[in-house]
Design a protein around this ligand. Structure first.
Ligand SMILES: Cc1cc2nc3c(=O)[nH]c(=O)nc-3n(C[C@H](O)[C@H](O)[C@H](O)COP(=O)(O)OP(=O)(O)OC[C@H]3O[C@@H](n4cnc5c(N)ncnc54)[C@H](O)[C@@H]3O)c2cc1C
Length: 377
């Protein structure tokens, strides 16, 4: 690069931090604007699949410590707590689960090491295709490249006219972290994640280290007792009596919220791009929304390598989108398909899950992103 190009990244989540770090590592002068007073992960635990692990390595972000939990299967269980699918992963696909704060801190540290200037309490209201952004109070800034990594309600996406649709699903989740160990998963639960179904409710058990378990409790919007906060422990224990000992330990939960499905006309306009949930938010059924946010963010920086004149940025962004969008949309589509079983009658779901997971082609669709080799890794 002959002169240093500038980038302004709106949003300090997993996608924004990855894009900012990867651009700075390639010689860009990067400012990241996060509207919250500090960089903080919202949510409880997070699944990081093989593709996400490769990206963290490429960034030099150390999110996993010796305590991180590695699971070898996502076991499916029915209302009677019987195993309907053992959910074993192919041996070459790693999956780790940790607290979200661990991932956030690692990405923040990598960004700072790369020289990213992080401005917190800095809300970006809108952006233009020629690289201008607007802040509250009439102030603005400009950069050679603007990246909208501002999540599901992205103002950057809307101001650029890129939004095609933003749908909220009828299903949503409550999340909590409780004290617990592998022994709490009972005989046969070692080194596994357990996804348990009953009616239209789901109870997902995810160890995140040797002393904490992340729980996700999903139900439909019309399930008033299921959505209730503080948690209606009696109601959830009635649905999952085998897990009452875990439900009893829940003291605090994140409020129930539906999932977003965002579809867009394009990933960029001129010298402004959108990444992560701003571009392809999806239900969390494959545990890949964050992984995909990091994946498209790293790829963005790779596709801009060698660009030294900002007039070449739009073409590089078009190449980036052509290369990366099909996989992101595959992930979004298959995450939606996976979620469809949540409203099936129990006995039908048992058969569909067992048959679906036994089908090599179907399993490979669910695992395609995990098995992909992200650009730049
Ligand atoms: C229940 C649930 C479970 C999930 N589990 C997993 C999982 O296990 N694994 C996985 O990979 N993914 C998971 N996901 C998905 C994952 O959380 C998201 O896909 C991921 O956080 C998207 O990252 P992002 O950086 O695009 O957006 P976000 O994480 O939403 O970050 C956006 C950032 O932008 C900031 N911001 C917003 N507006 C502005 C503005 N105007 N100006 C400046 N800053 C702004 C926000 O404060 C935030 O910090 C899950 C999602 C849900 C709902």
């Amino acid at each position: 690069m002959t002169s240093q190009l500038t980038a302004l990244v709106a949003g300090g989540g997993f996608g924004g931090l990855t894009a900012a770090t990867a651009l700075a590592q390639r010689g860009w002068q990067v400012t990241l604007c996060e509207r919250m007073p500090e960089l903080r992960a919202s949510g409880s635990g997070i699944y990081i699949w093989e593709n996400g692990l490769r990206i963290l390595d490429a960034l030099g972000a150390q999110a996993l410590d010796a305590r991180a939990f590695r699971g070898f299967a996502m076991e499916q269980r029915n209302a009677a707590n019987e195993v309907i699918d053992d959910g074993a992963f192919p041996p070459h696909i790693r999956l780790y689960t940790i607290a979200r704060s661990g991932l956030m801190n690692a990405l923040r540290d990598a960004a700072l090491r790369a020289g990213v200037k992080i401005r917190t309490g800095c809300e970006v209201l809108s952006a233009t295709a020629s690289g201008e952004v607007q802040f509250p109070g009439g102030d603005g800034a400009s950069a050679d490249l603007v990246v909208g990594a501002d999540g599901i309600w992205s103002g950057v996406r809307r101001s650029l006219g890129l939004e095609a649709s933003h749908e909220l699903t009828p299903e949503g989740a409550l999340r909590a972290i409780i004290p617990g160990t592998q022994a709490d998963l009972g005989p046969g639960g070692a080194r596994k994640y357990l996804e348990c179904w009953n009616g239209e409710r789901r109870f997902l058990i995810t160890p995140i280290n040797e002393s904490e378990i992340y729980l996700a409790l999903t139900c439909q919007a019309g399930d008033e007792s299921g959505k209730q906060v503080p948690l209606d422990r009696a109601s959830w224990s009635a649905s999952f009596p085998h897990w009452a000992h875990l439900i009893d330990r829940i003291t605090e939960t994140l409020a129930w919220s539906p999932y977003s499905i965002v579809k867009v006309k394009s990933w960029s306009s001129g010298r402004a791009a959108i990444i992560g949930d701003a571009a392809h938010a999806q239900p969390p059924n494959l545990g890949q929304g964050g992984g995909m946010a990091m994946q498209s963010a790293l790829a963005l920086a790779v596709h801009l390598e060698g660009v030294s004149d900002r007039r070449d940025i739009p073409d590089a962004l078009a190449r980036w989108e052509a290369a990366e969008r099909p996989l992101a949309e595959h992930c979004q589509k298959w995450s939606c398909i996976y979620g469809e079983v949540s409203t099936l009658p129990d006995e039908v779901r048992d058969r569909v899950v067992a048959a679906g997971m036994a089908d090599t082609w179907l399993r490979s669709q669910f695992l395609r992103v995990a098995m992909s080799v992200p650009t730049g890794t």
